[in-house]
Write a protein that binds this ligand. Structure first.
Ligand SMILES: CC(C)(COP(=O)(O)OP(=O)(O)OC[C@H]1O[C@@H](n2cnc3c(N)ncnc32)[C@H](O)[C@@H]1OP(=O)(O)O)[C@@H](O)C(=O)NCCC(=O)NCCS
Length: 143
């Protein structure tokens, strides 16, 4: 393991936004969304770095209505995937909300992410038809 996971800094905003666009296409968040993520203190955000390069990003916030911490986003740059960074970012987010329940939405077609979440103990608890702008349904997973 050569990567490190650290609290995200404002200087990561552009790299996180770029990664989001590459990873999520029409469903990517906007610059303003990312301004929110980086300025709202209750959102815990982390960056992965490998050899000084930005490798991935994740953010989690506690949802008081659902009484569970919500994984808002998780993405790893393609050249850094399959090395445990996605799982590492997820573990770090969960550790920021110790002892809580966790949930997330994932595109039903996103097999790599679903496999990761299942391996990490998340289970499907529902669906949101047509949730994504690409027309796909979301799967709701909880842990
Ligand atoms: C989903 C995503 C975050 C996973 O990130 P990742 O860093 O590749 O995740 P991990 O490395 O922890 O796990 C992926 C695979 O690598 C394997 N792996 C983990 N560490 C490894 C290592 N050291 N050596 C070899 N393989 C390893 C895992 O077993 C896993 O294999 P499997 O999925 O075939 O069972 C990444 O694919 C991504 O950014 N996708 C686009 C954005 C996205 O879909 N995000 C999720 C939105 S809900």
């Amino acid at each position: 393991m050569s990567y490190v996971i650290r609290k995200a800094a404002l200087s990561d905003l552009n790299a996180a936004l770029q990664l989001d666009r590459e990873a999520f296409g029409v469903d990517a968040w906007t610059f303003l969304d990312y301004m929110g993520v980086f300025s709202i203190r209750s959102v815990k955000k982390f960056s992965a770095e490998d050899d000084g390069q930005f490798a991935g990003f994740a953010a989690m916030e506690f949802d008081h209505r659902k009484r569970a911490a919500c994984l808002m986003t998780l993405a790893v740059r393609p050249e850094f995937r399959n090395r445990g960074i996605g799982a590492g970012l997820l573990h770090t987010c969960e550790a920021a909300f110790p002892g809580k329940n966790y949930y997330l939405n994932v595109d039903e077609a996103n097999k790599a992410a679903i496999r990761l979440y299942e391996r990490e103990g998340y289970r499907q608890t529902g669906t949101e038809p047509g949730y994504y702008l690409n027309g796909h349904n979301a799967i709701i997973m909880e842990k």
